[in-house]
Design a protein around this ligand. Sequence first.
Ligand code: ZN
Length: 189
Amino acid sequence: MNIDVVEILKECEALLEGHFLLSSGKHSNRYCQCAKLMQYPDKTERVISIVADKVKNLNIDVVVGPAMGGITAAYELGRQLGVRAIFTERENNIMTLRRGFEIKPGEKILIMEDVVTTGKSSMETVKVLENLGGEVIGLGCIVDRKASEINLPIYSAVELEFETYEANNCPLCKSGSTPIKPGSRKFSV
Ligand code: ZN
């Protein structure tokens, strides 16, 4: 089974190429918004099946998705693996497990994200789950941007490196184009 994840992401405009102003203030040649993929359960199922294949023999007890991006991805992965899927969320800016969700001591956990960039929120999630006695065995994601320093195995559907530039030293700006802010009302492909 050969699934072209990049092709699927482009089809649903989850992956755009051009000249973008990121929320960090940097400019980039690519932009990824996995929510656009997850509009389509059938496409999401195909993409996440790649991750499911990689982790199916790890005896995972529960998949945990950090909100917002991880919720749908974790749910679909949990569905394919036949295990529980829950999520963490921020309360007063602190990552936490709410809503009566529980982790039993020793449970094997896979964290599932949409996109992993720096891995900061993933690491916050790891701490929360380990404090509850869980054993985090890895990090699943749809897109691994290969920019994280996470000390856990990463199981991605696709690896995509983005070129990012400081706003005052952007070759795309120098070539005369203007960056577009993704998600803005004027934004179109
Ligand atoms: Zn630029």
